[in-house]
Write a protein that binds this ligand. Structure first.
Ligand code: VGL
Ligand code: ZN
Length: 200
């Protein structure tokens, strides 16, 4: 029997984060098959989906004169400006066509036009919950394994928030890939370790 207190969280395995996509992460597609296989080992599988309205405030195109991959100050803190990506209902927002999507829950995030949401638990204001914590707690889940894209953004924020909330969190860097913007991969690995996340 699989451990009913341990869930797999598969983060943002969407076309736009895979080669050919709007915010492609190198090697993003290479982890689809091993993630599919890993799902067999878990009683509960949760998928997250980055899900932005057109004109989202995290898009450089929404800030005239600003380029993608530069920073801007938002009311909730510094924010990277991204190329338009994962627009609700678009092909880019769909899961990679080979990804298994027969999991228990799909949680969408980033739909608030004014706030980005890297973490599966909270929007980038670090205050607005997505509801994932309640789902996990009411199902008696205490232990989380996280994989997916991108290691230095959505996986990192989800893992650190999960650990802060008291979940026992393991990230599999071998089943994740980073954007690596200005050293963000190393910073994320250090930050996750400091937050008590196990890197396995
Ligand atoms: C992500 C940047 C913007 C991610 C999402 O899934 O890591 N990164 N939106
Ligand atoms: Zn996004």
């Amino acid at each position: 029997m699989h451990d009913r207190t341990h869930a797999l969280i598969v983060i943002d395995m969407q076309n736009d984060f895979c080669p050919g996509g709007a915010l492609a992460v190198a090697g993003g597609d290479a982890i689809v098959a091993p993630i599919n296989a890993l799902m067999d080992d878990f009683a509960t599988v949760i998928l997250t989906q980055d899900w932005h309205p057109a004109g989202h405030s995290s898009f450089a195109s929404s800030h005239p004169g600003h380029s993608p991959m530069t920073m801007i100050d938002m009311p909730y803190g510094p924010q990277v400006l991204w190329p338009d990506h994962c627009i609700q209902g678009s092909k880019g927002a769909r899961f990679h066509p080979d990804l298994r999507t027969d999991g228990d829950l799909i949680i969408r995030k980033g739909f608030n036009p004014a706030i980005d949401s890297y973490s599966a638990f909270f929007e980038n204001d670090h205050a607005t919950p997505t509801g994932l914590e309640g789902y996990l707690r009411t199902r008696g889940i205490t232990t989380l394994t996280m994989v997916g894209l991108a290691l230095d953004f959505c996986v990192n924020y989800s893992a650190v928030d999960g650990a802060k909330l008291g979940f026992d969190v393991t990230v599999r860097p071998d089943l994740s890939r980073a954007i690596d913007l200005d050293g963000s991969e190393k910073a994320a690995l250090d930050g996750m370790k400091n937050a008590g996340v196990t890197l396995a």
